[in-house]
Write a protein that binds this ligand. Structure first.
Ligand code: PAF
Length: 252
C-alpha cells in the first residue's frame, strides 16, 4: 500500500491510472470492522481502492471530543495493509484547508436537525471535507456507513446538488454480536460502559413506544440527546459515560 500525503503526489499517480475504476473510503482513522466492510465493498466493486485517514477538525464543535478521538495512525496503516488497500491518502490540515476554511459547503434543512441541532457546524465541516476529498481523489464510487445515516443522506444530496460525478454508496451498519453498532468511540467506554451500550440497539428494536424507550434508556444510565422518528427511521444519539453514541434502525 502506498501512502500519499499531498494533492500533487496523488495527481501524479492518478495520471498513470487509465481505464480503472477507483473506489474511495474516507475515514477519520481509528479503523475498525465497520471501516473494513467499506474497504471490502470498494474492492468488490472497483479496480483500485483508496482510503483516506484525516481527522477533520472542522466537523468537531467540541474541541475535547477532537482531542480525545481514539485513533492511532500506525494501527490504521497496519490494518489497511493487512486488508490490501491500494492507497492511503493521509493529508495534513494545510493540504486540505489551504483557504483555512474560509470556503465551506452548507445545507440548510436536514443538516439542522438531529445531530446537526446538537452539534452546530458539524455537517458544514463534513460536507466541506468530503467535497474536497472527492475533488482530489476523483473516485467513481465512495463508500459510507449507514451508522451515520444522516451524514449519508446529506452527502448523497450534496453530490446531486453540485452535479458531482461520483456515486455515494451506503453500506449496512456492522454490529457486535450483542447488537452494539461498531464505532471508534466505543473504545472510549469502560468495561461497564461496554456492557451497558448494547442496550441502545436492544431498546431501539423492541416494540415499545418512543416515550417508553427514552425511559428505559435513562433507567439504564444513558443521557438522551435525541430519540426520534424521521422518514421511516428511528434515530438516536445518547451519552454513556460522556461518550456520544449514535444508532439508527428502519421502523418496522
Ligand atoms: O464518517 C466519518 O468518518 C467522517 O465524517 C468523514 C466522512 C470521513 C468526513 O470526515
Amino acid at each position: 500500500m502506498k501512502i500519499v500525503k499531498t494533492v500533487e503526489e496523488w495527481n501524479e499517480i492518478y495520471s498513470t491510472i487509465k481505464n480503472k475504476k477507483i473506489g474511495f473510503v474516507p475515514t477519520m482513522g481509528g479503523l475498525h470492522k465497520g471501516h473494513l466492510s467499506l474497504v471490502k465493498k470498494s474492492q468488490e466493486q472497483n479496480d483500485i481502492t483508496v482510503v483516506s485517514v484525516y481527522l477533520n477538525p472542522t466537523q468537531f464543535n467540541d474541541k475535547k471530543d477532537l482531542a480525545t478521538y481514539p485513533a492511532n495512525f500506525d494501527d490504521d496503516v497496519r490494518l489497511l495493509e493487512q486488508n490490501n488497500a491500494d492507497y492511503l491518502f493521509a493529508p495534513t490540515y494545510s493540504v486540505i484547508y489551504p483557504d483555512d476554511y474560509r470556503y465551506k459547503v452548507s445545507e440548510n434543512d436536514l443538516s439542522r436537525i438531529l445531530c446537526g441541532a446538537s452539534r452546530p457546524g458539524h455537517f458544514d465541516g463534513v460536507l466541506t471535507v468530503v467535497m474536497k476529498l472527492l475533488n482530489i481523489i476523483r473516485p467513481e464510487n465512495a463508500y459510507f456507513g449507514e451508522k451515520d445515516f444522516q451524514q449519508y443522506k446529506l452527502l448523497d444530496g450534496m453530490v446531486k446538488a453540485f452535479f458531482m460525478n461520483v456515486n455515494i454508496i451506503p453500506c449496512p451498519i456492522v454490529r457486535e454480536e450483542n447488537g452494539l453498532a461498531i464505532s471508534s468511540r466505543n473504545r472510549k467506554l469502560s468495561e461497564t460502559g461496554l456492557k451497558t451500550a448494547p442496550k441502545l440497539h436492544e431498546v431501539l428494536t423492541d416494540k415499545s413506544s418512543l416515550e417508553e424507550k427514552k425511559a428505559e434508556l435513562e433507567k439504564a444510565g444513558f443521557k438522551i440527546d435525541y430519540l426520534t422518528e424521521q422518514d421511516g427511521r428511528l434515530y438516536a444519539a445518547v451519552f454513556l459515560e460522556d461518550v456520544r453514541l449514535i444508532d439508527n434502525v428502519r421502523c418496522e
